[in-house]
Design a binder for this molecule. Structure first.
Ligand code: SF4
Ligand code: SF4
Length: 110
């Protein structure tokens, strides 16, 4: 039996697979952020031009904050976070992480 606790498992890789599954681009918390909306518009082109296994530069991705930490754009944390509906959240057992939601505001999951 592994001695690693569920909380230790929480480190989320910054990968194309996780970027594609991330719910942040649809989240109301960042819906009114002009900077974020611009990144969402560009994201498809960014990922299309990459080679196998390559991920876009961190600052160009409006999501996977559970991996990369708090957002640089102005967000509205009074709206509902969608992380609990995300496949990445389930896969990495982020209900045991600290923080467990609102990574864009509080910081990455540890
Ligand atoms: S971390 Fe949560 S609150 Fe922040 S943008 Fe993603 S889904 Fe929304
Ligand atoms: S858990 Fe939240 S921040 Fe992490 S990939 Fe899913 S929606 Fe994005």
């Amino acid at each position: 039996m592994s001695e690693k606790s569920a909380a230790v498992e929480a480190e989320v890789p910054y990968s194309v697979s996780n970027i594609k599954r991330c719910m942040c681009p649809q989240c109301p918390v960042q819906a009114d952020s002009a900077g974020t909306q611009e990144k969402i518009g560009n994201l498809r082109n960014e990922t299309k031009s990459l080679g196998e296994g390559e991920a876009p530069e961190l600052q160009k991705v409006p999501g996977v904050y559970c991996s990369t930490g708090a957002a640089s754009c102005v967000l509205n944390p009074n709206k509902q976070c969608l992380c609990k509906t995300c496949a990445v959240w389930g896969e990495y057992c982020l209900e045991h992480a600290n923080p467990m939601m609102y990574f864009c505001d509080i910081g990455r999951a540890t």
